[in-house]
Design a protein around this ligand. Structure first.
Ligand SMILES: Nc1ncnc2c1ncn2[C@@H]1O[C@H](COP(=O)(O)OP(=O)(O)O)[C@@H](O)[C@H]1O
Ligand SMILES: N[C@@H](CCOP(=O)(O)O)C(=O)O
Length: 293
């Protein structure tokens, strides 16, 4: 039994807490019943002893497994993690979704992706990471009466994601405290209209519209000030031909999108100018949560 969930880039500029997409960078977990509880981690987090204990995955898995079966059972978990933690690539969402899906599989109960998504909402109230993590692709999502309602767009293979990952973790909950408690009517209308235009550009595949559409007045500037080099990352990405370039989630990663034929040149320029940052060129993911039985 293997379950995998993709990394996600949320907000996408103006779509704070509502827009997000999945990229082909995955966390995988294999598990089976065992006489003793054990956790093995390969990749991200493998040298973090805290994760060997009662980590986020294990606590959520146990919550759901015990609810579903009313019994205690030890499992051996082997994690293969590619998603860097606290870098704005939805690592917490990937873990939440993976743990809920794994608990249902371990209990022998098959449920829809939509039900797993609504369970995930209990752990993360903004749907912009969990929705693409479950569904894949580009998603616009909102929450009504504790349920996620979303629209999804398949992303083509001729587009690539270029993620520039600083060696600086930014805790999402902490990053949310940096934001103002209210916005002017002007800025609210700005983000509303730019979010609408961004969604329209994705659904109409009007990729050239995204540079104008994917602009924000709610969150990016306040958060990018934590790591001012990010302003230079965005400037260089656009000067090099990126279709869009936005803070990935709450950061510190910067997400850029480009046509396949431009991606290598953009990535190389970013690597040259920011040698201390990790720059990855990734396919977009359209599968989301994958369960291999
Ligand atoms: N692979 C993982 N295994 C266990 N816990 C994880 C894993 N990835 C992330 N987490 C948990 O999620 C936290 C990071 O969440 P968050 O700050 O929202 O970062 P991100 O921007 O990556 O979503 C970590 O501190 C850890 O508690
Ligand atoms: N809308 C959220 C998105 C957080 O994404 P993450 O990948 O940083 O967890 C926010 O901007 O706070």
């Amino acid at each position: 039994m293997t379950i995998s969930v993709p990394a996600t880039s949320a907000n996408l500029g103006p779509g704070f807490d509502s827009l997000g997409l999945a990229v082909d960078l995955r966390n995988e977990v294999e598990f089976h019943p065992s006489k003793f509880f054990s956790v093995s981690i390969k990749g991200e987090g493998e040298n973090n002893p805290r994760l060997k204990g009662n980590n986020l995955f294990v606590s959520i898995f146990n919550d759901h497994y015990n609810r579903l079966t009313q019994k205690k059972q030890n499992f051996k978990f082997t994690f293969y993690n590619q998603i860097p933690m606290s870098r704005g690539l939805g690592s917490s969402s990937a873990v939440i979704v993976s743990a809920i899906a794994s608990a249902h599989e371990a209990a022998g109960i098959r449920v829809s992706k939509r039900r797993i998504l609504n369970h995930a909402l209990f752990y993360e109230s903004h749907p912009d990471n969990i929705t693409p993590a479950v569904m894949g692709g580009f998603n616009a999502a909102t929450v009504e009466k504790n349920k996620v309602f979303s629209q999804r767009k398949h992303l083509p293979t001729y587009l690539k994601a270029i993620v520039t990952i600083p060696n600086k973790p930014i805790n999402t909950l902490k990053a949310r405290t940096l934001l103002p408690k209210s916005y002017s009517k002007e800025n609210a209308i700005y983000n509303l209209s730019h979010t609408a235009l961004t969604v329209g550009a994705f659904f109409n595949e009007d990729w050239e519209m995204l540079k104008l559409a994917a602009q924000d007045r709610f969150h990016q500037k306040a958060r990018m000030k934590v790591l001012p080099e990010l302003f230079s990352v965005q400037k260089l990405a656009y000067e090099s031909g990126a279709l869009m370039s936005t803070l990935s989630g709450s950061g510190s990663t910067f997400f850029s999108m480009a046509y396949d034929e431009d991606s290598a040149m953009i990535a190389n320029k970013l690597k040259q100018k920011f040698p201390d940052f990790i720059v990855k060129t990734l396919d977009f993911d359209n599968n989301g949560l994958v369960i291999e039985r």
